[in-house]
Write a protein that binds this ligand. Structure first.
Ligand SMILES: Nc1ncnc2c1ncn2[C@@H]1O[C@H](COP(=O)(O)OP(=O)(O)OP(=O)(O)O)[C@@H](O)[C@H]1O
Ligand SMILES: [Mg+2]
Length: 354
């Protein structure tokens, strides 16, 4: 018996398990695919596939670019700003040492020294200078670095001072040595304002990549993964989409459950799989509404209710654009609808007419 092809659901997926996203991959990779490095803010609602997208893009190029290091960290793994910056430095340095590039050898003693010295520094300004000096030496040695900060939403707790965002801004402004990629559910401006009452980072992270639901072709690719276990889900496509739409996580979760049931009983039973996942669907739907509320100035329920009630036409274009960009709605024969029928029912059930 082959295993469940969807067993990685919930984890960051890369390699063979990663489906679609060709345009977005290109967009992320173009941050480092040229002479100088750029900066990018990858944004999308919970579980839309942001971390997987960036990890896949990095995996694509990590091996074939000896002159480029990828330092990927999760902001949430750090207690405070200085710890995060020290971690950025340490991780970059570990990779550099493991590459043993001839061009870097002469610079290693001084780089080793900076990393050791930065260890105990708490002061933002001093730390920034050390980090900048480190990356400047690295640039002289012909090596650049992409710093990926995942779960950037957590920066509003990890950074407690505006000056810490300024350190990041200052690093990201060093165009030719560091490229900064942040990954978050909320816009950077929103995260930064929460923390410090003013946006410094937004300007350097003006390029954005929005990650929403899968398009039709990507849905087909995800369902086709079941063929590895000899199961054809294509005739159950409509039933699966009704529940999960093209939401990468919910659709993967549902396919996983369908395959589990199939392995036990030999039957494809989408409604039974959906019943088994009632709690998870409910909590994801709730999370989407909550995040939309946060990013739309507490208008989330109102906007969703309008679309769920087939009244998207009365919304200003800017609101429809926002919902489209976030991947919460799709257009069907000229009508704007929520990404799945079940999400629509959830919205109608849990929100009131305003
Ligand atoms: N391109 C993809 N191919 C296959 N499955 C995917 C893809 N993108 C996302 N998924 C599915 O969605 C799940 C969530 O993906 P991921 O963790 O990358 O999302 P995220 O947006 O980073 O979530 P969070 O907001 O919680 O950080 C994955 O575990 C996987 O099951
Ligand atoms: Mg993530």
């Amino acid at each position: 018996m082959s295993g469940n092809p969807y067993r990685s659901v919930g984890q960051r997926v890369t390699g063979q398990e990663f489906v679609g996203r060709a345009d977005l991959l290109w967009r992320v990779r173009s941050t480092w695919d040229g002479s100088g490095l750029g900066n990018l803010s990858v944004q999308g609602f919970q579980r839309m596939g942001k971390s997987s997208l960036v990890a896949q893009a990095v995996e694509h190029d990590a091996e074939n670019r000896p002159d480029l290091l990828f330092t990927s960290l999760s902001v949430g793994d750090h207690d405070n700003g200085p710890m995060l910056f020290q971690s950025v430095l340490r991780t970059t340095h570990e990779q550099l040492v493991s590459r043993s590039l001839a061009s870097v050898k002469p610079y290693l003693p001084v780089l080793d020294g900076i990393v050791a010295q930065a260890k105990g520094i708490e002061d933002d300004g001093e730390l920034r200078d050390q980090v900048k000096t480190y990356y400047r030496h690295l640039t002289n040695a012909g090596v650049s670095t992409i710093v990926v900060l995942d779960e950037f939403d957590r920066a509003d707790g990890v950074f407690t001072k505006l000056s810490e965002f300024q350190v990041l801004r200052s690093l990201a402004s060093e165009r030719f040595s560091i490229g900064l990629v942040t990954v978050s559910r909320r816009p950077v401006e929103n995260i930064e304002i929460d923390a410090a009452g003013g946006s410094t980072l937004d300007a350097v992270l003006s390029l954005r990549c929005d990650v929403g639901c899968f398009a039709d072709k990507e849905i087909d690719l995800l369902l086709a993964r079941a063929l590895q276990a000899g199961v054809d889900l294509s005739e159950h496509r409509a039933a699966l989409i009704k529940c999960a739409g093209g939401h990468p996580y919910l659709l993967s979760l549902l396919c996983h459950e369908v395959m589990q049931i199939h392995q036990q009983s030999g039957r494809i039973d989408v409604p039974a799989a959906r019943r088994a996942l009632a709690g998870q669907f409910e909590s994801q739907f709730r999370g989407l509404v909550k995040t939309l509320d946060t990013v739309s100035g507490r208008r989330g329920e109102y906007l969703l209710r309008k679309v769920a009630g087939d009244d998207a036409g009365s919304l200003p274009n800017a609101d429809v654009d926002l919902l489209t960009r976030l991947g919460l709605v799709r257009e069907e024969a000229g009508v704007i609808r929520l990404f799945s029928d079940e999400f629509q029912q959830y919205v109608l059930r849990t929100t009131s007419v305003m």
